[in-house]
Ligand binder design. Structure first.
Ligand code: CAA
Length: 257
Protein backbone atom coordinates (compact mmCIF):
# COMPACT_ATOMS: atom_id res chain seq x y z
CA UNK A 1 0.00 0.00 0.00
CA UNK A 2 1.50 3.36 -1.03
CA UNK A 3 0.83 6.32 1.24
CA UNK A 4 1.27 10.00 0.40
CA UNK A 5 2.04 11.19 3.94
CA UNK A 6 3.26 8.08 5.76
CA UNK A 7 6.09 5.59 5.50
CA UNK A 8 4.88 2.25 6.81
CA UNK A 9 7.11 -0.76 7.53
CA UNK A 10 6.94 -3.96 9.51
CA UNK A 11 9.78 -5.11 11.74
CA UNK A 12 8.88 -8.71 12.53
CA UNK A 13 5.88 -8.43 14.90
CA UNK A 14 6.03 -4.62 15.10
CA UNK A 15 4.38 -2.14 12.76
CA UNK A 16 6.33 1.10 12.28
CA UNK A 17 4.54 4.20 10.99
CA UNK A 18 6.48 7.39 10.19
CA UNK A 19 4.57 10.57 9.46
CA UNK A 20 6.24 12.02 6.38
CA UNK A 21 5.33 15.58 5.40
CA UNK A 22 8.79 17.16 5.77
CA UNK A 23 7.78 20.37 3.95
CA UNK A 24 5.22 21.10 6.70
CA UNK A 25 7.04 19.65 9.76
CA UNK A 26 4.57 16.75 9.63
CA UNK A 27 1.54 19.00 10.20
CA UNK A 28 -1.53 16.82 10.53
CA UNK A 29 -3.93 17.41 7.66
CA UNK A 30 -6.93 15.37 6.58
CA UNK A 31 -4.76 13.11 4.39
CA UNK A 32 -2.53 12.19 7.35
CA UNK A 33 -5.64 11.33 9.38
CA UNK A 34 -7.19 9.21 6.61
CA UNK A 35 -3.91 7.39 5.99
CA UNK A 36 -3.19 6.83 9.68
CA UNK A 37 -6.63 5.25 10.08
CA UNK A 38 -5.86 3.01 7.10
CA UNK A 39 -2.43 2.01 8.41
CA UNK A 40 -3.77 1.31 11.91
CA UNK A 41 -6.62 -0.71 10.39
CA UNK A 42 -4.16 -2.84 8.39
CA UNK A 43 -1.96 -3.49 11.43
CA UNK A 44 -4.97 -4.34 13.58
CA UNK A 45 -6.21 -6.79 10.98
CA UNK A 46 -2.79 -8.46 10.77
CA UNK A 47 -2.58 -11.24 13.40
CA UNK A 48 1.21 -11.23 13.13
CA UNK A 49 1.50 -7.66 14.43
CA UNK A 50 1.57 -7.29 18.21
CA UNK A 51 2.43 -3.60 18.68
CA UNK A 52 2.84 -0.38 16.72
CA UNK A 53 5.43 2.41 16.86
CA UNK A 54 4.32 5.83 15.64
CA UNK A 55 7.03 8.37 14.87
CA UNK A 56 7.86 11.41 12.76
CA UNK A 57 11.19 12.78 11.58
CA UNK A 58 14.24 13.86 13.53
CA UNK A 59 13.05 17.49 13.38
CA UNK A 60 9.36 16.96 14.09
CA UNK A 61 7.04 14.28 15.39
CA UNK A 62 4.32 16.68 14.21
CA UNK A 63 4.09 20.48 14.50
CA UNK A 64 0.34 20.44 15.01
CA UNK A 65 -2.85 20.31 13.07
CA UNK A 66 -2.37 21.88 9.62
CA UNK A 67 -2.87 25.63 10.14
CA UNK A 68 -3.07 26.27 6.38
CA UNK A 69 -5.93 23.77 6.07
CA UNK A 70 -7.76 25.25 9.08
CA UNK A 71 -7.29 28.98 8.44
CA UNK A 72 -10.25 29.47 6.02
CA UNK A 73 -12.72 27.31 7.95
CA UNK A 74 -15.85 28.88 9.45
CA UNK A 75 -17.75 27.88 12.58
CA UNK A 76 -20.54 26.26 10.55
CA UNK A 77 -17.99 24.15 8.63
CA UNK A 78 -16.21 22.82 11.69
CA UNK A 79 -19.39 22.35 13.70
CA UNK A 80 -21.38 20.54 11.01
CA UNK A 81 -18.53 18.17 10.15
CA UNK A 82 -17.52 17.81 13.83
CA UNK A 83 -14.06 18.75 12.56
CA UNK A 84 -11.16 16.83 14.07
CA UNK A 85 -13.34 14.21 15.81
CA UNK A 86 -11.98 11.61 13.38
CA UNK A 87 -8.87 11.44 15.55
CA UNK A 88 -10.90 9.70 18.26
CA UNK A 89 -10.64 6.53 16.18
CA UNK A 90 -6.83 6.79 16.28
CA UNK A 91 -6.96 7.19 20.06
CA UNK A 92 -9.04 4.03 20.36
CA UNK A 93 -6.46 1.68 18.79
CA UNK A 94 -6.70 -1.72 20.50
CA UNK A 95 -3.13 -2.88 19.95
CA UNK A 96 -0.48 -1.02 21.97
CA UNK A 97 0.97 2.04 20.25
CA UNK A 98 4.23 3.66 21.36
CA UNK A 99 4.91 7.25 20.29
CA UNK A 100 8.60 7.79 19.50
CA UNK A 101 9.00 11.56 19.62
CA UNK A 102 11.95 13.50 18.26
CA UNK A 103 11.85 17.28 17.73
CA UNK A 104 8.57 19.18 17.81
CA UNK A 105 5.40 17.60 19.18
CA UNK A 106 3.17 20.66 19.24
CA UNK A 107 -0.57 21.19 19.31
CA UNK A 108 -2.18 18.26 17.51
CA UNK A 109 1.28 16.64 17.43
CA UNK A 110 1.49 16.59 21.23
CA UNK A 111 -2.14 15.46 21.32
CA UNK A 112 -1.43 12.63 18.88
CA UNK A 113 1.54 11.50 21.00
CA UNK A 114 -0.77 11.49 24.04
CA UNK A 115 -3.29 9.30 22.19
CA UNK A 116 -0.59 6.62 22.14
CA UNK A 117 -0.12 4.29 25.13
CA UNK A 118 3.20 5.79 26.14
CA UNK A 119 5.75 8.22 24.82
CA UNK A 120 9.47 7.57 24.44
CA UNK A 121 11.19 10.90 23.83
CA UNK A 122 14.49 11.73 22.16
CA UNK A 123 16.55 14.24 24.14
CA UNK A 124 15.69 16.72 21.35
CA UNK A 125 11.94 16.47 21.88
CA UNK A 126 9.88 19.59 22.54
CA UNK A 127 6.27 19.41 23.64
CA UNK A 128 3.66 22.14 23.74
CA UNK A 129 0.10 23.24 23.13
CA UNK A 130 0.58 26.58 21.33
CA UNK A 131 -3.01 26.83 20.04
CA UNK A 132 -3.70 29.85 22.28
CA UNK A 133 -1.17 31.85 20.23
CA UNK A 134 -3.39 31.24 17.17
CA UNK A 135 -6.58 32.40 18.84
CA UNK A 136 -7.90 28.88 19.46
CA UNK A 137 -7.52 26.15 22.07
CA UNK A 138 -6.42 22.50 21.80
CA UNK A 139 -9.02 20.47 19.89
CA UNK A 140 -7.64 16.93 19.76
CA UNK A 141 -7.70 16.26 23.49
CA UNK A 142 -4.89 18.48 24.79
CA UNK A 143 -6.83 20.15 27.58
CA UNK A 144 -8.01 16.74 28.82
CA UNK A 145 -5.15 14.28 28.23
CA UNK A 146 -2.36 16.73 29.14
CA UNK A 147 -4.14 17.63 32.38
CA UNK A 148 -4.50 13.95 33.28
CA UNK A 149 -0.85 13.31 32.38
CA UNK A 150 0.88 16.25 34.07
CA UNK A 151 -1.69 17.74 36.46
CA UNK A 152 -3.53 21.05 36.44
CA UNK A 153 -0.66 23.43 37.24
CA UNK A 154 1.64 22.34 34.42
CA UNK A 155 -1.23 21.88 31.95
CA UNK A 156 -2.55 25.39 32.65
CA UNK A 157 0.96 26.84 32.33
CA UNK A 158 1.51 25.17 28.93
CA UNK A 159 -1.97 25.70 27.51
CA UNK A 160 -2.42 29.31 28.67
CA UNK A 161 1.06 30.54 27.68
CA UNK A 162 1.64 28.28 24.66
CA UNK A 163 5.25 27.72 25.77
CA UNK A 164 7.20 24.58 24.88
CA UNK A 165 8.75 22.16 27.37
CA UNK A 166 11.86 20.13 26.67
CA UNK A 167 12.25 16.37 27.08
CA UNK A 168 13.64 16.62 30.63
CA UNK A 169 10.69 18.70 31.84
CA UNK A 170 8.28 16.36 30.04
CA UNK A 171 9.80 13.34 31.77
CA UNK A 172 9.79 15.08 35.16
CA UNK A 173 6.12 15.89 34.75
CA UNK A 174 5.13 12.37 33.76
CA UNK A 175 4.26 13.05 30.13
CA UNK A 176 6.96 10.75 28.76
CA UNK A 177 8.05 7.38 30.09
CA UNK A 178 11.73 7.65 29.17
CA UNK A 179 14.26 9.82 27.34
CA UNK A 180 16.86 8.35 25.00
CA UNK A 181 19.59 9.86 22.81
CA UNK A 182 18.05 10.98 19.50
CA UNK A 183 20.06 8.49 17.42
CA UNK A 184 18.77 5.58 19.54
CA UNK A 185 15.10 6.61 19.50
CA UNK A 186 13.74 4.25 16.86
CA UNK A 187 15.80 1.27 18.09
CA UNK A 188 14.60 1.79 21.68
CA UNK A 189 10.97 2.14 20.61
CA UNK A 190 11.18 -0.92 18.34
CA UNK A 191 12.80 -2.95 21.14
CA UNK A 192 10.06 -1.98 23.60
CA UNK A 193 7.38 -2.75 21.01
CA UNK A 194 9.02 -6.10 20.14
CA UNK A 195 8.99 -7.04 23.83
CA UNK A 196 5.26 -6.24 24.05
CA UNK A 197 4.59 -8.15 20.82
CA UNK A 198 6.38 -11.22 22.19
CA UNK A 199 3.98 -11.49 25.16
CA UNK A 200 0.58 -13.13 25.31
CA UNK A 201 -1.77 -10.97 23.23
CA UNK A 202 -4.86 -11.37 25.45
CA UNK A 203 -2.91 -10.29 28.54
CA UNK A 204 -1.38 -7.33 26.70
CA UNK A 205 -4.76 -6.11 25.42
CA UNK A 206 -6.35 -6.53 28.84
CA UNK A 207 -3.47 -4.75 30.58
CA UNK A 208 -3.98 -1.81 28.24
CA UNK A 209 -7.74 -1.82 28.85
CA UNK A 210 -7.24 -1.95 32.61
CA UNK A 211 -4.77 0.96 32.73
CA UNK A 212 -7.01 3.07 30.48
CA UNK A 213 -9.96 2.31 32.76
CA UNK A 214 -8.09 3.97 35.62
CA UNK A 215 -8.56 7.30 33.81
CA UNK A 216 -12.29 6.81 33.39
CA UNK A 217 -13.70 5.46 36.61
CA UNK A 218 -13.63 5.34 40.40
CA UNK A 219 -11.00 3.30 42.28
CA UNK A 220 -13.65 0.83 43.47
CA UNK A 221 -14.99 0.21 39.94
CA UNK A 222 -11.49 0.15 38.47
CA UNK A 223 -10.33 -2.47 40.95
CA UNK A 224 -13.39 -4.60 40.21
CA UNK A 225 -12.77 -4.25 36.46
CA UNK A 226 -9.10 -5.22 36.89
CA UNK A 227 -9.97 -8.28 38.98
CA UNK A 228 -12.53 -9.52 36.44
CA UNK A 229 -9.97 -9.25 33.65
CA UNK A 230 -7.33 -10.88 35.86
CA UNK A 231 -9.69 -13.80 36.56
CA UNK A 232 -10.56 -14.20 32.89
CA UNK A 233 -6.90 -14.69 31.95
CA UNK A 234 -6.94 -17.97 33.87
CA UNK A 235 -9.12 -19.24 31.03
CA UNK A 236 -6.25 -18.83 28.54
CA UNK A 237 -3.72 -21.42 27.41
CA UNK A 238 -1.08 -18.73 27.71
CA UNK A 239 -1.57 -18.42 31.48
CA UNK A 240 -0.88 -22.17 31.83
CA UNK A 241 2.11 -21.91 29.52
CA UNK A 242 3.54 -18.72 31.09
CA UNK A 243 3.42 -20.15 34.60
CA UNK A 244 4.63 -23.64 33.58
CA UNK A 245 7.57 -22.07 31.74
CA UNK A 246 8.51 -20.08 34.85
CA UNK A 247 8.45 -23.19 37.03
CA UNK A 248 10.37 -25.26 34.45
CA UNK A 249 12.93 -22.44 34.04
CA UNK A 250 12.41 -22.09 30.26
CA UNK A 251 11.07 -19.44 27.89
CA UNK A 252 7.30 -19.51 27.38
CA UNK A 253 5.87 -20.20 23.94
CA UNK A 254 2.68 -18.15 23.81
CA UNK A 255 -0.11 -19.07 21.42
CA UNK A 256 -2.04 -15.85 21.95
CA UNK A 257 -5.07 -17.78 23.13
N1 CAA B 1 0.55 23.70 9.98
C1 CAA B 1 0.91 23.98 8.72
N2 CAA B 1 2.19 24.21 8.35
C2 CAA B 1 3.12 24.18 9.31
C3 CAA B 1 2.81 23.91 10.65
C4 CAA B 1 1.45 23.66 10.98
N3 CAA B 1 1.06 23.34 12.23
N4 CAA B 1 3.96 23.96 11.37
C5 CAA B 1 4.95 24.24 10.51
N5 CAA B 1 4.44 24.39 9.25
C6 CAA B 1 5.17 24.72 8.02
C7 CAA B 1 5.57 26.19 7.99
O1 CAA B 1 4.50 26.98 7.56
C8 CAA B 1 6.72 26.15 7.03
O2 CAA B 1 6.19 26.09 5.72
P1 CAA B 1 6.71 27.12 4.57
O3 CAA B 1 8.16 26.76 4.40
O4 CAA B 1 5.86 26.77 3.40
O5 CAA B 1 6.53 28.48 5.13
C9 CAA B 1 7.38 24.80 7.30
O6 CAA B 1 6.39 24.01 7.98
C10 CAA B 1 8.59 24.91 8.22
O7 CAA B 1 8.19 25.62 9.39
P2 CAA B 1 8.99 26.88 9.97
O8 CAA B 1 9.68 27.63 8.87
O9 CAA B 1 8.04 27.65 10.84
O10 CAA B 1 10.09 26.11 10.86
P3 CAA B 1 10.87 26.65 12.14
O11 CAA B 1 11.93 25.63 12.41
O12 CAA B 1 11.27 28.07 11.95
O13 CAA B 1 9.79 26.65 13.33
C11 CAA B 1 8.01 25.67 14.64
C12 CAA B 1 9.29 25.43 13.81
C13 CAA B 1 8.35 26.42 15.92
C14 CAA B 1 7.45 24.28 14.99
C15 CAA B 1 6.98 26.48 13.83
O14 CAA B 1 6.85 25.87 12.54
C16 CAA B 1 5.62 26.57 14.45
O15 CAA B 1 5.41 27.34 15.37
N6 CAA B 1 4.64 25.79 13.90
C17 CAA B 1 3.27 25.84 14.33
C18 CAA B 1 3.06 25.19 15.70
C19 CAA B 1 1.61 25.32 16.12
O16 CAA B 1 1.09 26.40 16.35
N7 CAA B 1 0.91 24.16 16.27
C20 CAA B 1 -0.46 24.13 16.68
C21 CAA B 1 -1.35 24.03 15.48
S1 CAA B 1 -3.07 24.20 15.87
C22 CAA B 1 -3.55 22.69 16.43
O17 CAA B 1 -2.79 21.73 16.50
C23 CAA B 1 -5.00 22.58 16.81
C24 CAA B 1 -5.37 21.36 17.55
O18 CAA B 1 -5.25 21.23 18.76
C25 CAA B 1 -5.99 20.26 16.86
Amino acid sequence: MAYETLIVETHEAVGLIRINRPQALNALNSTVLAELKQAYGAFHADEAIGAIVLTGSEKAFAAGADIKEMQPLEFADVYKSDFISGWDEVAKARKPVIAAVSGFALGGGCELAMMCDFIIAADTAKFGQPEITLGIIPGMGGSQRLTRAVGKAKAMDLILTGRMMDAAEAERSGLVSRIVPADKLIDEALTAAAKIASLSRPSVLMAKEAVNRALETTLEEGLRFERRLFHSLFATEDQKEGMAAFIEKRKPVFKNR
